[in-house]
Design a protein around this ligand. Structure first.
Ligand SMILES: *Cc1c(COP(=O)(O)O)cnc(C)c1O
Length: 481
């Protein structure tokens, strides 16, 4: 933990101190607005330049990120992304182009987008792709709007329901509802797979599609996928994949080969753009031929050696004003090209190996509800510890004292007291071992010193926050004490 002095503006403010010196006025003076219009309560702190710089620098050091430490937040893929790809996205020819400039002045950008569409279609085993969606959830939205347009084009207007497994990522049912579909939930079976009996019972001519997160939100591969695909397709439904967590399947398994008609990817998880922090993202959709005409626009097409923006014949339309988050596309392209087919395979191998390593090392200490080989993440339950009066929240707060970002907790909801750990492919064995050691020590503290956990964290600048109030009533204004 960073123990450096925290500069607090109200403490260092002194009337008359000044952080910058303005040159003498050499233009006509302008009257200030009348006094009654000036806000009296806007008493700004008065500090020197050095103090101001130290204040902001000390604040920035309180930030925790992948560049400062291990960040095993499940379902988020908080992995390290090569800085070199940031440099490439900043090449002037990429960074300084404008969405409104004539398209024939940016053939390189169009070529990159076209080739990225092709690469993503190849990686997912699909026939066509659109880079238009700007987030994973927006890619899901594009997928379900295509499902709707597809059934409509065939006169099948009665298909108004979407099947969603109970282990799905929360965005899946939310997106289906946004599209005006009714959501029917399919339970998981005791192994954490989809319950085929329920699927067979629920699948009929009213169902537009089944949306399936793969790997599931339990970090598992559902080996019944071929059967699932048959059951859905036999009744005329479509199989829609959520491929946000592709770092477990890259170069190994293709969504197209598994029977999916459409899948969205999160470039800002798998392909060299950091996820989290609210930065720009991209959620391209890749589809089989049956959905290609419905893809969101624009897509880039190629005619001989000319690249053009095009609108597919039955397109669901635009998802944003311009062309999507181009810088994110550049980084994804650079990532795929620099790793190559072999490198992408290694990404998956390491992501899966790391998650299984943690699973095996921690399973004597934390309950593992689905004890089978996992993919990119592993979900434990804190119910053994809960029985001793220590909750998963206490454990997550205590991890902060060991200098790690906590895993995802209480999600997926099908696991009680869930602790969802995603180590990602970019961490070394030493880092994983240090985290495992911390988790084992914490398991020991549950027996010996439960108070330590109830009051954690002990070493952070702020302790337990009122998270609900912080979200509902954010206090974002500086006030003189
Ligand atoms: C992260 C994630 C999403 C949502 O992606 P956003 O870009 O945050 O909208 C959807 N599904 C799964 C499985 C995810 O992990």
């Amino acid at each position: 933990m960073n123990k450096s002095k925290h500069y607090l503006l109200p403490d260092i403010s002194q009337p008359g101190k000044i952080g910058c010196r303005l040159p003498e006025l050499d233009v006509p003076a302008v009257e200030l607005p009348p006094r009654e219009l000036l806000r009296q309560e806007l008493a700004l702190p008065e500090v020197s330049e050095t103090e101001l710089v130290r204040y902001f620098t000390s604040l920035s050091r309180r930030n925790y990120g992948v560049d400062t430490g291990f960040y095993p937040l499940g379902s988020c893929t908080m992995k390290y992304n090569p800085k070199w790809h940031e440099n490439i996205a900043r090449f002037p020819g990429f960074q300084e182009i404008h969405p409104c400039q004539p398209v024939d002045t940016v053939p390189g950008a169009l070529q990159l987008m076209y080739e990225l569409q092709e690469l993503l279609a190849e990686i997912t085993g699909m026939n066509a792709a659109s880079l238009a969606p700007m987030a994973g959830a927006q890619g899901e939205l594009a997928g379900l709007l295509m499902v709707k347009a597809y059934h409509r084009s065939r006169g099948e207007n009665r298909r108004r329901k979407i099947l969603v497994p109970d282990s799905a990522h929360g965005t899946n049912p939310a997106t289906a509802t946004m599209c005006g579909f009714e959501v029917n939930t399919i339970p998981s079976n005791g192994d954490g797979n989809l319950d085929l009996v329920s699927l067979t019972r629920l699948m009929n001519e009213d169902i537009a599609a089944l949306t399936l997160t793969m790997p599931t939100t339990l970090g598992l591969f559902d080996p019944q996928i071929a059967e699932i695909s048959n059951i859905v397709h036999e009744k005329g439904g479509l199989l829609i994949g959520d491929g946000a967590n592709l770092n477990s399947l890259l170069g190994k398994v293709k969504f197209g080969d598994l029977g999916f008609d459409c899948v969205q990817l999160n470039l800002h998880k798998t392909f060299s753009t950091p996820h989290g922090g609210g930065g720009p993202g991209a959620g391209p959709v890749c589809v089989k031929s049956n959905l290609a005409d419905f893809l969101p626009s624009p897509v880039v097409s190629k005619d001989k050696r000319e690249y053009q923006f095009a609108k597919p014949s039955a397109s669901i339309g635009r998802l944003g004003a311009a062309y999507g988050n181009f810088g994110v596309m550049v980084k994804a392209y650079a990532y795929i090209r620099s790793l190559g087919a072999e490198g992408l395979k290694e990404v998956s191998e390491n992501a899966v190996l790391n998650a299984n390593y943690i699973k095996e090392k921690l399973k004597p200490y934390y309950h593992l509800p689905y004890d089978r080989t996992c993919l990119h993440e592993v979900v434990f339950s804190g119910n053994k510890q809960k029985a001793k009066g220590v909750t998963t929240l206490d454990i997550a707060k205590r991890i902060l004292d060991y200098g790690f970002h906590p895993p995802t907790i209480y999600f997926p909801q099908v696991v009680e007291e869930a602790i969802m750990i995603e180590p990602t492919e970019t961490e070394s064995k030493e880092t994983l071992d240090a985290f495992i050691k911390a988790m084992i020590e914490i398991a020991g503290e549950v027996d010996k010193e439960p108070e330590l956990l109830h009051n954690a964290p002990h070493s952070t600048p702020v302790r337990r926050l009122d998270e609900v109030n912080a979200a509902r009533k954010p206090n974002l204004r500086w006030k003189m004490r």
